[in-house]
Unconditional design. Sequence first.
Length: 687
Amino acid sequence: MNKILPALVLGTVAVMPAGAVVDKNFNYHVDRFADIEVLRYEVPEFDRLTLNQKKMLYYLGEAAQMGRDIIWDQNGIYNLQVRQLLENIYRNYKGDRDSKDFKAFEKYLKQVWFGNGLHHHYSTDKFTPGFSEAFFTAAVKALPADMLPLADDETAEAMLAKLTPVIFDPTVMPKRVNQDGSQDVVVTSANNLYGPGVTQAEVEEYYNKLKNPADPRPVSYGLNSRVVKDEKGNISEEHYHLTGLYGPAIAQIIYYLDKAKEYADNDAQKAYITKLIDYYITGDLRLFDEYSILWAEDTKSDVDFVNGFIESYGDPLGMTGAWESYVNFRNNKSSDRTHKISSNAQYFEDNSPVDKRFKKEKVKGVSAKVINAAMLAGDAFPATAIGINLPNSNWIRAEHGSKSVTIENITEAYEMASHGNGFNEEFVIDAPTRKMLDDWLYITDMLHTDLHECLGHASGQLLPGVDGDALKENGSTLEEARADLFALYYLADPKLQELGILENPDAYQAEYYKYMMNGLMTQLNRIELGKDVEEAHMRNRQLIAKWVLEKGKKKGKGGKDVVELVKKNGKTYVRINDYKKMRELFGNLLAEIQRVKSEGDYKGGNDLVQKYAVKIDPKLHKEVLTRFSTLDIPPYRGFINPVYTPVTGADGEITDITISWPESYAEQMLRLSDQYSPLTGKVKAHK
Ligand code: ZN
C-alpha cells in the first residue's frame, strides 16, 4: 500500500495559510458529471526551473502521456476498441445533441474516460449506460465505414454483437477487480491481466514454481506480464516490453525517455534513465530492480519521475503493476519541512508509545520530499494520489530505502476547490471549530501525510521469525492504521514546535477533529447504503475513530466522554471534549497495532478489524447520505493536466517551454486519443 489516496476528496474545507503562494484567481473547476468532479492543478515554482529542466520535464511528460493506452488495455480487453468507437460517435453524431440519449451518452463517455475503461476507477464496478441500446446501435450504424474501429477480420455487425453486451449487460464483466476470496478472483475479474480461461489456481501454481523461497532478493514476479493459456493448457507469461506486449507504446515511451535523458540533472539520474530504458527494451525484471535501487538512492535530483508498471491494486492477486507515470519536481519551500521530519526520524522512533521490543534501533531509509506534480498519466490519471512511497519491492526498501513524497500542488488543488462548498457548515459542530479548521487544517493535513509516509510506514519492526504476511487480508488495513496513528500521535508533539514545523501547539486539534468526523461519519458518503466498509484506507480510518470513541467513554476531563456523537436539531455531529486524552488514546492504539504487527497476531488484528472497521450503523449512514445529497459534493475527483508547449527559435532549437490550461476535460481526452495513442496507431509526429 504505497500510495495515499485523498481522504479529503469529500470536501473538507480549509483556507490557505497566510503567505502561501497561490494564484487566487486560478480556476480549479473543469467539469462535473456522475459522482466525479474534474479539476485542474497549478504548477507552482515552474518558472524557477532552468531551460534544461523544463526540457526534461517536457520530454518526461511526453513519455508519460504515450503510456495512456497501456492502462486502458490492462483494465479491460475491449477498452481501447470501445473508446475509439465512443469517441467517433461523440465527434460525428448528427442527431440532436441535446436529446436525453445523447446527454446520457456524453456522461457515460466522460465516466469511461475517467475510469480509463468501462469500470469505475475506485469501486471497479462496471458503468451503467443511461442511453438506450437502440440509440447506440443507430449511432454505430450511422458512422462512416472508416470510423469503425474493427478488430482484424471483424465485420461491423460482429463488432456490434460483441460490444453491446459488454456495454449494456450488467452480468458481463461486472467488476474489474473482484476480491471476494470465496470465488476464483482471476476468472471473475474483468481486467486484462490474465488471458481467457486462466484460473486462479493455475496462476498460483505457475508462480509457485517460479519462485525460490530461499532467494533473499526476488524480482517482483508477474509485475510486467499478462498470464495466458495456450490450446494445450500450458500457462505462460506475455511480457510487456519493446518487442512484446504493448511494444508500440513502449517504443514511444523509450523515445521520449531517451530525449529526457539528455537534460538529466546529474549522472546518477542519467544512469537510472538508461537502466529504465534497458528494462523497457528487454522486460527483464532484474533490470527493473537495478533501476529502482538507483532511483531510490537518488535524492538529489530536482526534476524526478515515476514511469512504469508500479502499483498492483488492479490485480486481484496483487502481482501485475498498472502502468503509470508521475512527472514532478521539488517544492523547495515545503521540502524543508519533510527534511526536518526525516532527519529526526530516530527521535520519533525512540519516543513513540510502542513497546521497546517492537521498535527499530536504527531507522533507515527515510527519505522524504515534497513535490509538485507536472504531469499525471496512466493509472495516476485522472484520479491521482496525494502521496507516494516507492519502490514497492520489500527487499529493496529494506536494503536501500525508499522515496517518500507528498504531492503538494495536488493536495492544494483539492483544498482550494473545496472552499465554500458548504461541507463544513453542514458537518462541523460549531463556528469556533469551523474557524479552527479554516486556520489549521491545511497545514496539519499536509503534515499528517508527511508523518504517515516518512515515519509511519518506516517505523517499527517484526519480532524475529514473524512472517510479514501473517495478518493476511487485514494486513493493508492494519498497516495504514499504524501509519495514521503514528502521524496522529506526533501531530500533537511539542517536537514539531521545537523543529519550527508547526507554530501553534494546538493546531493538531484541527486534524483530530477532521479525522474523527471523517472516520465516524463523513467518509460513509462513499459507500452505498446497506454495504460494509471495504477499502483498506477507509477501514483503517473507521477502525481508529470507532476504537477511540469507545475507549474514551467517560475518560475525558470531568468524567466526560473524550469524544461523542451528539444531536443538534435532529442532526448528528462529532464533539470532542478532551483533545489531550484523545492523543493518549491514539498512542494506546498505536502500541496495540504495532504489537499485533510485530508478533504477527492474526487473531488480534482480525478482532480489531471485525469489531471496529467493517460494520456501519445504517441509521447514521442514511443520515450522512441525505445530508451530503443536499450539498452536491462529488465523492471522487481527478485532474486534467496542464499543456506544455515548446517555444522554438529561428534555428528550431527549443528556447522555452510554456505552461497553459486551455482545455476542457473532453478536449483534453480527445487530444490524448488523437496524439498519444500508439496502440491504436495514432501518434503525433516526432519533432
Ligand atoms: Zn499509507
